[in-house]
Ligand binder design. Structure first.
Ligand code: F3S
Length: 106
C-alpha cells in the first residue's frame, strides 16, 4: 500500500485524489488517508502531491511509521474523496513544518 504522511496535515492539496484509479482516499478535517485495503500501488498519486506527503509502505520516512496504522484506522471512518477541492487556506505556510501530528483533527 501507499501511505499519506505528516506533511499533508494542514496542507491537504487533494491533487492526489484526482489520479487514484480505485478511489482509495478518505478525507478528514485537515488530512487525507489511503485505505490500505483498496490501494493497488499504482504510484500515480506520489508525484501529484505538491508537498511530497505520499510514500510507498516500505519508504515511509523514519519517525513516520505511525502513519501506517493511522491511514488504516482513519480510512474506516472518514468518507471517500475523489474530486479535488481547494487546499487548506494556510497550506503554503504549513509545508515542511515539523511535528504536525499533534495538529491532526479527527
Ligand atoms: Fe495531502 Fe498531498 Fe494529497 S497534501 S491531500 S497527500 S496531494
Amino acid at each position: 500500500t501507499h501511505v499519506v504522511t505528516e506533511n499533508c496535515i494542514n496542507c491537504k492539496h487533494t491533487d492526489c485524489v484526482e489520479v487514484c484509479p480505485v478511489d482509495c482516499f478518505h478525507e478528514g478535517p485537515n488530512f487525507l488517508v489511503i485505505d490500505p485495503d483498496e490501494c493497488i500501488d499504482c504510484t500515480l498519486c506520489v508525484e501529484e502531491c505538491p508537498v511530497d506527503a505520499i510514500f510507498a509502505e516500505g519508504d515511509v520516512p523514519a519517525g513516520q511509521e505511525p502513519y501506517l496504522a493511522l491511514n488504516a484506522e482513519l480510512a474506516k471512518s472518514w468518507p471517500v474523496i475523489a474530486v479535488k477541492i481547494p487546499a487548506m487556506p494556510d497550506a503554503a505556510e504549513w509545508d515542511g513544518k515539523p511535528d504536525k501530528l499533534r495538529l491532526l483533527v479527527r
